[in-house]
Design a binder for this molecule. Structure first.
Ligand code: ADP
Ligand code: MG
Length: 288
């Protein structure tokens, strides 16, 4: 089975008149079909850049990336259009950007369906089904200005999923919502993604989101740094299993708190120890 997302060594550089910003510096990311992940990381770490590349909006400066069998580094205009229409659904950060203010909720979801080729059969029925699954069954004929913030965000999700994409991309989908609204929405979305057998990548600052996805990837300085899976403990609690990601060349990003606590910088000693390796500060001395 081919992977849904395969990104290796992604580099992205923004060039402006006076400087170059390296937003991604050798990022690796892999997703299985129908897998859902959250991406976390500080502001400026390259999350939105990655999403724009995966959405087919931005082309990477270097590296390999394919989604659903499409090589995103060499798509021409018409393949790019087809890719954005059929393969990915993109939920922009601010719900309003995704919506047609003059149209009802039902019509909003029909727009991308009608734009797709050959969608003559029952877009209304399909559109209604999506909205019902997202809890908007009683809001079909409401326009966006008559819906709450959370309802608009649900509508935006239905629009992003209208054409049955293999991958949903959502940049901070819950940033503007309060805790309870956010949990309800994520639970419904997770359920719908399972039914549609679709994968998702969601950027988040929100630890609540993490229990609704298969894995959480942490990006640091334009690279994937750590990965956390939540494993259900016998007691019913979720227990975090945090792994550091190593790229093909053997490079690791050691979590910052370890670097600081142990004074690791510039050069370190590596010792083979039984089944593992030990990383020591340079001044740890020969007897360490
Ligand atoms: P995040 O979404 O994690 O906050 P971004 O991907 O938006 O990070 O940005 C990563 C880096 O690239 C930041 O240093 C940001 O200032 C820079 N950047 C983002 N977009 C542009 C742009 N259009 N032109 C120049 N620099 C940009
Ligand atoms: Mg961002």
């Amino acid at each position: 089975m081919t992977q849904l997302v395969e990104a290796e060594g992604l580099v992205h550089i923004y060039k402006t008149a006076e400087l170059e910003v390296v937003a991604l510096q050798g990022l690796d990311l892999h997703l299985e079909p129908a897998e859902t992940i959250a991406i976390a990381g500080r502001s400026g770490s390259g999350k939105t850049t990655l999403m724009n590349i995966l959405a087919g909006v931005e082309r990477p400066s270097a590296g390999r990336v394919q989604v659903g069998g499409h090589d995103l580094t060499r798509m021409d205009g018409s393949e790019q259009e087809e890719y954005r229409r059929r393969v990915v659904g993109y939920l922009w950060q601010h719900a309003q950007v995704n919506l047609w203010p003059e149209l009802t909720a039902l019509e909003n979801v029909q727009v991308p369906m009608l734009a797709g080729a050959g969608g003559h059969r029952g877009p209304a029925a399909q559109s209604r089904r999506l909205l019902e699954a997202l809890g908007l069954g009683s809001r079909l004929s409401h326009r966006p200005d008559r819906l709450s913030g959370g309802e608009n965000q649900r509508l935006a999700m239905a629009i992003a999923l209208a054409n049955g994409p293999q991958l949903l991309l959502a940049d901070e989908p819950t940033a503007e919502l309060d805790g309870a609204t956010c949990r309800g929405l994520l639970a419904d979305l997770a359920q719908l993604l399972r039914e549609l057998n679709a994968g998702a990548i969601m950027v988040t600052h929100d630890r609540q989101l993490e229990r609704y996805v298969d894995r959480v990837i942490q990006i640091r300085d334009g690279r994937t740094a750590t990965e956390t899976r939540y494993v259900e403990h016998a007691s019913g609690h979720l227990v975090a299993d945090e792994l550091v990601i190593m790229d093909r060349a053997g490079r690791l990003q050691i979590p910052r708190h370890h670097l600081e606590e142990l004074g690791l910088r510039d050069r370190v000693r590596i010792r083979r120890e039984g089944e593992g390796l030990r990383i020591l500060p340079l001044d740890a001395g020969a007897d360490a």
